[in-house]
Design a protein. Structure first.
Length: 219
């Protein structure tokens, strides 16, 4: 759906399937509200392009759900470069037991995240207007997540110092994930990685598998 009448025909917003609804269970209403906010304001606020609306659920929301299976109960999670809220806001919705910290350096995106948290009434979210590096030595988390932020070697330098011993970096990646992991092998080892695994996660609901890189840090 286009928010500017001069932009041409409106893009149709993807509607969630019954399987997508089931993936959220009791928290689906909040997920649907978040999707509506993105459809109405996302393009205007420079968060997503109009071409993403027909695949809002399958490409973005369900893709983000994939991280939930790598987060233990009642974990403290930091999402680096939260942007529009992927995967951090989706994680906070799907897993109300998790304390979710959204780390975002851009002021306009921080304002958006604050609006979302208030509108959805998410009481398990803390927003940090900062770069990840600014929190090095000041905060640590059981899990650090990231989606479309940077290549693995650079991402590791930003995120691994935030991961507690025995915790994990959980990164949503694309088709070049294994190549990125190989290129970052030395950096990961230097930053305390105990092991690294690439998972192909099937979110269900007819959605394409999601590639998730999990880096476990030494205790």
């Amino acid at each position: 759906m286009s928010l500017n009448p001069d932009d041409g025909p409106a893009e149709e917003v993807e509607q969630p399937s019954p399987e997508m609804r089931a993936a959220f269970g009791a928290t689906f209403a909040a997920a649907e509200h978040f999707a509506t906010m993105l459809a109405e304001e996302g393009e205007l606020r420079g968060l997503i392009g109009p071409r993403e609306l027909p695949r809002l659920w399958s490409r973005h929301i369900m893709n983000s759900v994939a991280v939930t299976r790598f987060v233990r109960e009642a974990a403290a999670v930091a999402d680096v470069g939260s942007g529009a809220g992927f995967p951090g806001v989706v994680l906070a919705i799907a897993r109300p037991d998790v304390e979710t910290h959204l780390i975002e350096p851009m002021e306009r995106r921080v304002a958006w995240l604050a609006d979302v948290v208030e509108e959805l009434g998410l009481d398990n979210v803390v927003i940090h207007h900062a770069r990840a590096e600014e929190l090095h030595g000041r905060a640590s988390f059981d899990v650090v997540t990231a989606r479309a932020v940077a290549a693995m070697d650079k991402l590791a330098r930003w995120t691994m110092p935030l991961v507690r011993g025995g915790g994990s970096l959980v990164a949503l990646k694309g088709q070049r994930a294994r190549d990125e992991v190989e290129a970052a092998r030395y950096v990961l080892r230097k930053l305390g990685a105990a092991d690294t695994a690439v998972h192909e996660v099937d979110p269900g609901a007819g959605v394409e598998p999601t590639t998730v890189v999990v880096v476990r840090k030494k205790r």
